[in-house]
Design a protein around this ligand. Structure first.
Ligand SMILES: Nc1ncnc2c1ncn2[C@@H]1O[C@H](COP(=O)(O)OP(=O)(O)OP(=O)(O)O)[C@@H](O)[C@H]1O
Length: 270
């Protein structure tokens, strides 16, 4: 048996995924290691969610191998493994709208068991941890406020804090800034940046359609187009005008400012 690489978070080897007569992912390989943070980029329908489903065991590849935390799928208990993975998407916010009388703190605490609502014993240490997370995300002032009454920005922060309550080793943030105004967006990005800088924080996969959200602590990018890899590797090597143009199918001008990438579409002059 091959020796497990302890710093390996994700290893995909030659993944192919076919569904409904369509090839959704084609020969996708990807290696993510601890202390790396990745942005996952691609047009609508390029296969980002499909790729994330492979990693979390919600879909099974037609060919290829998936290993997460050094454990190969097929030889590992997936529900057990999922306890170490946090996946935060706006679809999740909606599940909590059905619980109008849960406070922000209760929502965060429910993350310990990844449940909607609290059904297990919560210790004083858990409450302390929940309060620390609210503080880390600068939403202590809404701790006792009912979740549906929080602003969009506060909700996003609470949902990320909820995911961290389970101490995940891998955190997937799926378009966390969607629908946020420029101020709330920058505030959320600053909290994500602080989380990434902490050595105890999880490895991050950040899915976005907005390149400028790639904060300095995101070290690597993975670019997908129509289920094929366009680029995968260190941020400065993969966030280039030619690779971005290939990913988004428009000519792109790229500029780095304060270690963040900004893009605009290049218009031809003739
Ligand atoms: N179960 C399925 N059966 C058939 N087709 C599927 C299935 N799941 C996904 N697809 C198709 O695969 C393609 C990739 O979808 P996916 O959701 O992975 O894209 P995405 O990059 O996450 O898109 P978006 O940015 O819009 O969320 C789409 O064309 C989608 O219709």
């Amino acid at each position: 048996m091959s020796q497990q690489k302890t710093n390996q978070v994700i290893e995909l080897k030659d993944i192919v995924w076919k569904q409904g007569g369509k090839q959704i992912l084609s020969d996708v390989s990807w290696q993510v290691e601890q202390n790396q943070h990745w942005a996952l980029l691609g047009l609508n329908g390029s296969g980002k969610t499909s790729l994330l489903k492979m990693i979390t065991g919600y879909a099974w590849p037609s060919a290829g191998e998936v290993s997460v935390f050094g454990k190969r799928f097929g030889q590992v208990n997936i529900p057990e493994l999922r306890k170490s993975i946090g996946w935060v998407s706006t679809a999740l916010d909606e599940r909590f709208q059905t619980r109008p009388r849960d406070t922000a703190l209760e929502i965060v605490l429910s993350g310990k068991y990844a449940s909607v609502g609290i059904y297990e014993d919560i210790t004083n240490a858990d409450i302390k941890r929940g309060e620390q997370l609210l503080e880390q995300f600068k939403i202590t002032h809404v701790a006792n406020q009912f979740f549906p009454s929080l602003s969009q920005g506060e909700k996003r922060k609470a949902m990320i804090a909820r995911a961290l309550m389970a101490n995940p080793k891998l955190l997937i943030l799926d378009e966390p800034c969607n629908g946020l105004d420029i101020y709330s967006k920058e505030e959320l990005l600053a909290t994500i940046e602080r989380m990434n800088q902490s050595t105890e924080g999880p490895t991050l996969i950040y899915v976005t359609h907005h390149i400028e959200e790639i904060v300095p602590s995101i070290s690597h990018t993975f670019l997908l187009h129509s289920g094929h890899i366009v680029g995968s590797g260190e941020k400065k090597a993969t966030l280039t005008e030619p690779l971005l143009a290939e990913t988004f199918r428009v000519p792109i001008a790229l500029q780095w400012e304060d270690d963040r990438p900004w893009i605009r579409i290049k218009h031809s002059k003739n």
